[in-house]
Design a protein around this ligand. Structure first.
Ligand code: PMP
Length: 360
């Protein structure tokens, strides 16, 4: 609709600016240097080594580059493969709503049953007592996502410890979707599963170069897990993908030698969040600043009684600004009158968008 109506597109989550010329040059160079044939099945070793070093340094973990990490076609394939590997008919998977849209179809495709737990607006916090109630002997997996798409909330250390207590003594696998690990604000630490030894032992972490290096179109990511879990993952990975784009793996392995390329990302996006929210101060939207991701939720309940899908459509067609109605991610399409706006855009685009939103 954004294209059709020539609207500013703050709907789909992709960066609206150029990528670093160094990264482009490295990928071009790898092609020139002849890295154009199949890469090893789990990914090239130099990249796996750089990534496990990075994770172990940041989160105090002990992942091994040979056995504990596999390069994937974006986080989507990593998530799909984890689900395909472990979910069989009648297995139950606890999913927090609103939820990113690739979890549930994969669970259902493999005969699993989604056990949804709705997080309530405006805080979207997990009620861990509800999780306890939802756990049964059939619970095979729990999926978490922090920083969280679409709400921009994050899990705290306390949340992780509560989850750890709940899962202790079970065989439940934890899938932790951490694609926004470096897009976190206000000096809050990212509570990666990798920080919690008890959780780490039962977990897959999925991550995406697309989010961290502004290259969503390259569709590259990875999965990390202890050896025994990763061995099972690779049995599926071998036949649904086999191996991933070789020259870009070479490029990332070199690019990761400079930690500022990912460590400065939070600050970069925090400035954009603050610019966007600052420019909306005079508007009638209600907002809680996003704590992570490049999404900001805006509550329009003081502006209109319309349902969020109708309101988002009207915004696109009449006011030329596209957003995502978040009821589509909720249990039973519950409508909190909240829209998701992507602020991974140039500053002038964000200011133009705010100008439009201010007159509503
Ligand atoms: N998980 C979440 C929460 C996401 O927002 C996205 C991308 N929108 C993905 C996974 C998928 O990442 P990728 O593009 O690397 O497949």
């Amino acid at each position: 609709m954004a294209h059709e109506h020539d609207a500013i597109n703050l709907a789909q989550g992709f960066p609206g600016f150029e990528i670093d010329a160094t990264l482009k040059r490295l990928a071009n160079q790898a092609m020139q240097d002849g890295y154009n044939q199949y890469a090893p099945m789990p990914g090239i070793f130099s990249l796996r080594k750089k990534l496990t070093e990075k994770i172990n340094t940041l989160y105090g973990s002990d992942y091994h580059p040979e056995t504990d990490i596999t390069i994937t076609a974006g986080a989507t394939q990593a998530i799909y493969t984890v689900i395909a590997t472990f979910i069989h008919p009648d297995d139950e998977v606890i999913v927090f709503k609103p939820a990113y849209d690739c979890y549930e179809p994969a669970i259902e495709l493999h005969g699993g049953k989604v056990i949804p737990i709705q997080m309530e607006a405006p805080d979207y916090k997990v009620d861990w007592s509800e999780v306890k109630k939802a756990m049964t002997s059939k619970t095979k997996m729990v999926i978490i996502n922090s920083p969280h798409n679409p709400t921009g909330t994050i899990l705290s250390e306390q949340d992780m410890l509560q989850l750890e207590t709940l899962l202790t003594g079970t065989d439940i696998i934890l899938l932790s979707d951490e694609v926004y690990e470096h897009i976190i604000f206000d000096n809050e630490p990212h509570q990666s599963v990798a920080r919690f030894p008890e959780l780490r032992a039962r977990s897959f972490i999925t991550a995406s170069f697309g989010k961290t290096f502004h290259v969503t179109g390259w569709k590259m990511g990875y999965a990390v897990a202890p050896k025994e879990l990763m061995e099972e993952f690779r049995k599926v990975h071998q036949f649904n993908v086999f191996s991933l784009n070789h020259p870009t793996q070479k490029a990332f392995a070199t690019y990761l030698e400079t930690p500022s390329h990912y460590l400065e990302l939070g600050e970069f996006y925090q400035k954009k969040r603050d610019l966007f929210l600052g420019a909306l101060q005079g508007s009638r939207f209600k907002m809680q600043p996003s704590a992570g991701t490049y999404f900001q939720m805006l509550d329009y309940s003081q502006i209109s009684d319309m349902g969020d899908i109708a309101f988002a459509k009207a915004l696109t067609t009449k006011h030329k600004i596209a957003s995502i109605p978040t009821s589509v991610f909720n249990l039973n399409q519950k409508d909190y009158k909240m829209l998701r706006f992507c602020f991974a855009k140039d500053d002038d685009v964000l200011l133009k968008a705010a100008e439009i939103l201010n007159i509503l």
